[in-house]
Design a protein around this ligand. Sequence first.
Ligand code: CP
Ligand code: NVA
Length: 321
Amino acid sequence: MPRHFLRDDDLSPREQKQVLQLALALADDRFARRPLEGPRTVAVLFDKASTRTRVSFATGIAELGGNPLVLDAGSSQLGRGESIADTTRVLTRQVSAIVWRTFGQGRIEEMARYASVPVVNALTDEFHPCQILADLMTIAQHTGGLAAGDGALEGRSMAYLGDGSNNMAHSYLLGGVTAGMDVRIAAPASHLPATPVVRDAEAIAQQTGGSVTITDDPAHAVEAADAVITDTWVSMGQETESGRGGETFAPFAVTESLMARSGGIFLHCLPAYRGKEVEAAVIDGPSSVVWDEAENRLHAQKALLTWLLEHPDAATAPHAR
Ligand code: CP
Ligand code: NVA
């Protein structure tokens, strides 16, 4: 059975640390590992738009010695209704891993059931776990660093403000507590994280010493937080939904005064909408680490692919079954 990465908690706390330490090492020595030498091909499929994920996987696969095969839904038969099962059966006989950005989480879980090579979630409606690996790496770099030894992220805090019901909020919950962090989500009552995800995060936090706070008070959430984070109020696919503007989310916008309460760094997965979820003075200001964060997608995903290819026999993570 291959190892898949469909949700943040598909890596155990120990495994996540191994991936993050490799990511930090690859940031220092970019061409140190060549697990895709051959070249072996990795398919990178997009059912939704992407800039960072597309560029970082294509670049990273090439830097690992491999051949990136980047396909959009519109240029493959998947986009014309060929089934996930049949598409996967074809890909899995030819490529060494499959990376997919798609809609419902059930779609990528279905792909994993038919794949004999690792399947990686490059964003679904529910989770964006590759982004969180890059974000944890960025927090480690700016707050002491995992390279200094085990546990550098344990006890650190992140406050995410805005749409608590989206893929980023869910992934911060699961990925953050896996790292032993104190994860605070400040969101309006209409857009809270899914209860099963909160329960899973609380269970992981019990093991790692992390914690979960869900609040509607942004000032409380950011108090002394090591990292303050937000995301767009309108995720891909939600463009026509009502109630996704300032009338719902304005109190959760990241402002200079909230950043002053935190004293921490600012992260945003991007693309960002200045004047909506974040003030321009914050994202373009001294506490912002968003360009490091965007670069770290490359290092984190190279580390993840390397780790998955090197650990085919490791116990299969629960969500990939
Ligand atoms: N952060 C992120 O995943 O960006 P893209 O949508 O541009 O890939
Ligand atoms: N929540 C956003 C993240 C984009 C990287 C979306 O799904 O559109």
